[in-house]
Design a protein around this ligand. Structure first.
Ligand code: CO
Length: 575
């Protein structure tokens, strides 16, 4: 039997290694050669690529898809779809799901790999049905994880359910690279004994075991393996396409792919990878069996690193990695994949950066405990639940059943704003309004590809900043440096402690202001939500620490703020 290959270089590989920053122009020149290889499919779209395109690259994701489709004539184009979350981080109502899939098929997607972070089939129903309706191939996906509540038989039963729901193949999605060779063999056999449709194994090299697990899976009868071209392989990405094809050659499981052609394509991506070298971290490129203990998937680890850097707290990485499994256990062992990986990861960051655990909680963790994400795989920690949602009862129905259709209203709002120029723009807008409005208005600038400058080692004075803050005995001082050598350095009290009025609410973290919930003159109570900041792709409610009257609002919606920036002044009642 032949083992087929899905190549992930244009989606998962660069998402896992270089924060999804590969440009369309770096993909196009090699597509005709990739089309000749004979892959089962090319995974090229979905996952974080949609968000990255509009947030960082100023690229229209639909345009990217059409350009890929124009050049890939024979090979199936595949996307990763987060069930009811589509390519976003929340559940969308069924009308948005339906139209997203319609537009995706129309622009060139053949295969939908559909998963739900909690393996809750209710969250996959709607997208599976829509994809079938548009005659696409549906790959029903099992998020693989290990925990006291996950078993091989449980996963095999899920595969049987997915086949019953009409799926055309099954994917074992091992996003954290946890699957060992014996576990891969056992799981593939268990699933193959329950279903007739092909089985795909998707793993990551995070722990270094994936190439061995692939071989074990091939021996156990797997039909498809996911790989990426060498320059974008290993580490938190997939095993190398070239090496897997070479390893299986002359075995009963040969991929029958042309190694010379694979080598040539590999060389092309080798040259492309040089452009993105500055985005590669050693954490993302080196195998680490610690992943078997804390279970952090590829994308999540590189995100945690860049988010902690953004919050100036990279030194807390170790503590955060230790906190992740504790938060995961508290939440009933969700598999760590988008969006639960972000949900658990950010909560772990908050637990480490705040003085006490669950003192600050994201809206997402509240919603999770209320059942809005679906059914947690295992029981949640009652104490944490009580702390976060009090006596409120979780919902018992399919979460999307509680959502009203949105497209009609979004369409009329979008038209009023004049941002909808083609039918796909409505979907772009529906997925993430704050970012999409900026993108559709042409206000997003492509992120620079210039590597950040290395810190200067020489002492060239004119290059030094003229002003910076320095902490002295717990007080922040603004230090002004005169450009002329010999002039005395002035030290003055910080502007903030002198000018910032009492009752000022500051941003607890760096991020973008999503909404301001109050107006000047409003009365707020202690604990009221006064603003929402999106940090690390999670929405954080900002609560007023005291009751009072809103005197002044300094922040505006869409503003990017740093930790400590004043948002507003709520003059306390007690004066
Ligand atoms: Co993956």
């Amino acid at each position: 039997m032949t083992v087929f290959i899905t190549d992930t270089t244009l989606r998962d590989a660069h998402q896992s290694l270089i924060a999804t920053r590969m440009r369309t122009k770096d993909m196009l020149p090699v597509l005709d050669r990739m089309d000749k290889v004979g892959f089962f499919s090319l995974e090229v779209w979905g996952g974080a690529t949609f968000d990255s395109c509009i947030r960082y690259l100023n690229e229209d994701p639909w345009e990217r898809l059409r350009m890929l489709r124009d050049r890939v004539k024979k090979t199936r184009l595949q996307m990763l779809l987060r069930g009811q979350n589509l390519v976003g981080y929340r559940h969308y109502p069924d009308d948005v799901v339906q139209e997203f899939i319609h537009m995706s098929v129309k622009n060139g997607i053949d295969v939908f790999r559909i998963f739900d972070a909690l393996n809750d089939l209710r969250n996959m129903e709607s997208s599976i049905r829509a994809a079938k309706q548009y005659k696409a191939h549906v790959q029903g996906t099992i998020c693989y994880t290990t925990s006291p509540v996950h078993t091989i038989q449980g996963f095999a039963s899920m595969a049987a359910e997915l086949e019953k729901m009409g799926c055309d193949s099954i994917c074992i999605k091992d996003m954290a690279g946890l699957i060992s060779p014996p576990a891969a063999a056992e799981l593939v056999k268990a699933i193959k004994s329950r279903v007739k449709i092909p089985v795909d194994l998707h793993s990551h090299c995070s722990s270094g075991m994936a190439p061995m697990s692939y071989y074990a899976a091939a021996e156990a009868g797997v039909d498809i393996l996911d790989t990426a071209f060498s320059a974008f392989s290993w580490g938190t990405s997939q095993p190398p396409t070239e090496s897997v094809a070479a390893a299986l050659k002359d075995t009963p499981y040969s991929t029958r792919l042309d190694l010379h052609l694979l080598y040539e394509i590999g060389e092309y991506f080798g040259a492309v990878s040089e452009k993105y070298r500055h985005l590669l971290t050693s954490e993302a490129t080196r195998p680490n069996i610690n992943v078997l203990l804390h279970q952090i998937p590829g994308g999540m680890l590189s995100n945690l690193v860049s988010q902690l850097r953004e919050q100036n707290a990279l030194d807390k990485l170790g503590a955060v990695l230790e906190e992740v499994p504790r938060v995961r256990a508290d939440l009933g062992y969700p598999p760590l994949v988008t969006p639960t990986s972000q949900l658990v990861g950010i909560q772990a960051v908050l637990n480490v950066l705040s003085e006490s655990r669950y003192k600050r909680v994201t809206k997402e963790v509240q919603d999770y405990l209320l059942g809005y994400y679906g059914r947690p795989p295992g029981p949640v920690n009652d104490e944490v639940k009580k702390m976060v949602i009090g006596d409120r009862e979780p919902i018992g129905v399919r979460p999307a059943d509680l959502l009203q259709p949105e497209l009609e209203k979004l369409s009329s709002d979008g038209k009023k704003m004049g941002i909808l120029h083609k039918e796909e723009d409505l979907i772009t807008y529906a997925l993430n309004p704050p970012i999409a409005v900026k993108f559709l208005r042409g206000e997003i600038k492509e992120e620079s590809l210039e590597p950040p400058k290395a810190p200067a080692t020489s002492v060239v004075v004119p290059e030094m900043p003229s002003e910076f803050s320095v902490e002295v005995d717990g007080e922040i001082f603004n230090v002004k440096i005169s450009p002329v050598i010999g002039k005395p350095v002035e030290v003055e009290k910080p502007k903030k402690s002198r000018e910032v009025p009492r009752g000022t609410i500051v941003a607890p973290m760096s991020g973008m202001v999503l909404s301001i919930r109050v107006k000047v003159g409003a009365n707020v109570k202690e604990g009221d939500t006064v603003a929402m900041i999106e940090a690390m792709k999670m929405r954080n409610e900002i609560h007023s620490p005291h009751s009072g009257i809103v005197k002044e609002i300094m922040a505006y919606e869409g503003e990017v703020v740093s930790s400590g920036d004043p948002l507003m002044v709520v003059e306390p009642d007690d004066q």
